[in-house]
Design a protein around this ligand. Structure first.
Ligand SMILES: Cc1cc2nc3c(=O)[nH]c(=O)nc-3n(C[C@H](O)[C@H](O)[C@H](O)COP(=O)(O)OP(=O)(O)OC[C@H]3O[C@@H](n4cnc5c(N)ncnc54)[C@H](O)[C@@H]3O)c2cc1C
Length: 573
């Protein structure tokens, strides 16, 4: 029995495990015995009461939970602003990892992956102590978004020793958000003056949490950019307030305390526990402020030397290829989905792709096409163009679900227990001309009678599913013509990405869209007696998608259509 090791205990690992079985079954393979290694994922480390950035239906993809209600789909979902909590989410992931593995090595860290013959060797520490070598046949490496970007002033990066010299008064955002965090100061929360550095949603949550802990955040700053909006606070903090209203309060309350500054110096004040921060503002003048704590949340990434590439042996890096959305399931511009070996025995997956696992700009070849390199693919972050606004953070959960489901060609349907089966009896003689067997030869498979399910139970997430998943769902559950089905898919993706539908579409809205696509097709067929021939003609002339794109453009931009959709409960401004 082969052994598969999953490195990582987060959503990327769970999503891969839950979706890969279908793919492997279709190629007559199996994971064998699955073991999980890794430390706590982000959500185990966070306060379990922390409200996540999205409601349930944008966090479950097609893989977590079962049943419409559990997965966050109710007719009222559009007005539902109930955000899932970190505790609920982390318990769900741990449940799936336990259910789908036979062993877990908690608090372990893999510092080197090498290969000998067909076996992978994982050099592992356990709880910081010497561990050992784990030998396995397959490795799924889901290490998360990568090491935190370091704290830097205009003079350069502060080393770990320099930061340690401040005695825990300089803290990473993620560490501050841990429920185990304790203050290094003998001040009450109300007396504690805090500065937060970063323009991300995580920085906003650090501000929010400091506020909830009753601390006094006097300065929230981020550095200037490089373009014309370099010093524009609204632009520089835009990622702190993603669509979906999660961070509205902190946005309003801290408006006057947000600044775009260059951080020139971070100094310990002599004979005091204060930290002196010296900034340069847009007009070139210095601003000095004194704080007790400096929290920094500057994002995370894998680089040439840190994260994935520091763990993989160089010889292994040379054998990797870039997996992409070959089937154009997500969009017609295929993006990077994963990095792995050609035989998929080693796969780097999940949110690590938001920085291409450190392989961006490399000469990594594209899977199945030695003439192209990774730079010819759209970046992983472009998947978010097909998702609702509230699900767009590039290293976020909806992206992980969408990317991994497309990679594993996952279809969210299960055969109905006791449902009908179609039996296939191969003909006695071959029916087509083959290279080895001429037509009419004795069929070597004549006795291999097989059967497959034809009744399926669907539990689809309309807001994160890719085009292929939506198309199969519509083909299986309706009798729409191919054009109407393609139009319905394109309209679902169009409407769910509109600013009016920040948290996506509800089930009734999707049903309406599918019904309307059918009506549009029938109306067109009434007006054009040879519609299908015309559609075929345009498909040949413009390519398979263009006619659908034109049709979506027409039925979503003209005034009469906007009124039509509004009357159907789908607003379009
Ligand atoms: C503070 C914060 C809040 C966020 N909130 C949201 C949100 O509300 N919604 C959203 O969609 N996204 C959010 N994100 C984005 C976040 O990246 C994803 O939510 C999600 O955690 C990514 O899951 P993951 O499994 O890829 O990575 P992680 O959850 O980071 O898990 C990575 C796993 O890999 C393990 N690992 C890494 N390297 C090794 C190694 N060498 N050996 C062994 N184990 C290793 C780690 O121990 C861990 O178990 C947030 C990010 C931050 C920092």
């Amino acid at each position: 029995m082969p052994i598969t090791i999953i490195i990582g205990t987060g959503i990327s690992s769970a999503a891969y495990l839950l979706s890969v079985k279908q793919y492997l079954t279709s190629t007559n393979q199996a994971l064998g015995n699955v073991g999980v290694v890794g430390g706590a994922d982000l959500w185990q480390k966070m306060s379990h009461a922390h409200a996540m950035g999205q409601p349930t239906q944008l966090l479950t993809g097609n893989l977590l939970g079962r049943g419409r209600e559990v997965r966050g789909f109710t007719p009222q979902q559009l007005s539902d602003r109930g955000f899932l909590t970190a505790g609920q989410f982390s318990r769900t992931i741990q449940h799936y990892l336990t259910q789908h593995s036979c062993a877990q090595l908690a608090d372990s860290y893999v510092y080197r992956i090498t290969k000998e013959g067909s076996k992978y060797l994982l050099a592992t520490h356990v709880e910081g102590e010497i561990g050992g070598i784990i030998t396995c046949d397959r490795v799924i490496f889901a290490p998360g978004p990568g090491p935190a970007r370091p704290l830097a002033t205009e003079a350069g990066i502060l080393s770990e020793e320099e930061i340690a010299g401040f005695g825990r008064r300089i803290i990473k955002g993620n560490d501050f958000m841990s429920p185990d965090w304790t203050t290094p100061l003998s001040l009450s929360p109300e007396e504690t003056i805090v500065a937060v550095y970063g323009g991300s949603a995580t920085a906003a949550w650090a501000v929010e949490l400091a506020d909830m802990r009753k601390m006094n955040v006097t300065c929230w700053f981020t550095r200037p950019g490089r373009d014309k909006d370099a010093w524009n606070a609204k632009v520089r903090f835009s990622e702190a307030f993603p669509a979906g209203d999660r961070n509205n309060t902190v946005e309003e309350v801290y408006e006057t305390r947000r600044h775009v500054y260059k951080l020139k110096k971070v100094e310990s004040v002599e004979n005091s526990t204060k930290i002196r921060l010296i900034f340069e503002q847009q007009d070139g003048r210095d601003v000095v402020t004194y704080v007790d704590l400096l929290i920094y949340a500057l994002g995370a990434e894998h680089t040439l030397t840190q994260g994935v590439r520091s763990v993989l042996a160089p010889a292994l890096c040379d054998s990797l290829v870039a997996y992409y959305d070959k089937n154009r399931a997500i969009s017609s511009t295929p993006s990077l989905l994963a990095i792995g070996t050609e035989d998929r025995s080693l796969m780097v997956v999940g949110s690590a792709m938001s920085s291409a696992g450190g392989f961006g700009g490399s000469t990594l070849q594209v899977q199945g096409d030695a003439s192209r390199t990774i730079s010819t693919l759209a970046p992983y972050r472009e998947i978010n163009k097909t998702l609702p606004d509230a699900a767009k953070p590039p290293e976020g959960i909806a992206m992980v679900m969408a990317g991994i489901e497309a990679l594993n060609e996952y279809v969210p349907a299960r055969p109905v227990r006791g449902g009908r089966k179609a039996v296939f009896i191969p003909p006695r003689l071959t029916t087509s001309e083959g290279r080895r067997l001429p037509r009419g030869s004795a069929n070597p498979d004549a006795n291999r009678i097989s059967s497959h399910d034809i009744d399926f139970e669907w539990d689809i997430n309309f807001n994160t599913s890719n085009r292929t998943q939506l198309a199969i769902y519509i083909a299986q559950t309706t009798d729409l013509s191919p054009f109407a089905a393609n139009l319905a898919v394109a309209l679902i993706v169009y409407f769910r990405t509109r600013p009016e539908n920040v948290r996506g579409l509800s089930d009734p809205q999707v049903t309406t869209i599918i019904t309307c696509a059918d009506l549009i097709y029938k109306k067109l067929a009434e007006l054009n007696h040879d519609l299908d021939a015309q559609l075929l003609h345009f498909d040949k002339k413009w390519g398979a998608e263009q006619h659908v794109v034109n049709c979506v453009g027409y039925v979503t931009t003209t005034t009469e259509w906007k009124v039509f959709w509004r009357n159907e409960g789908i607003s379009l401004t």
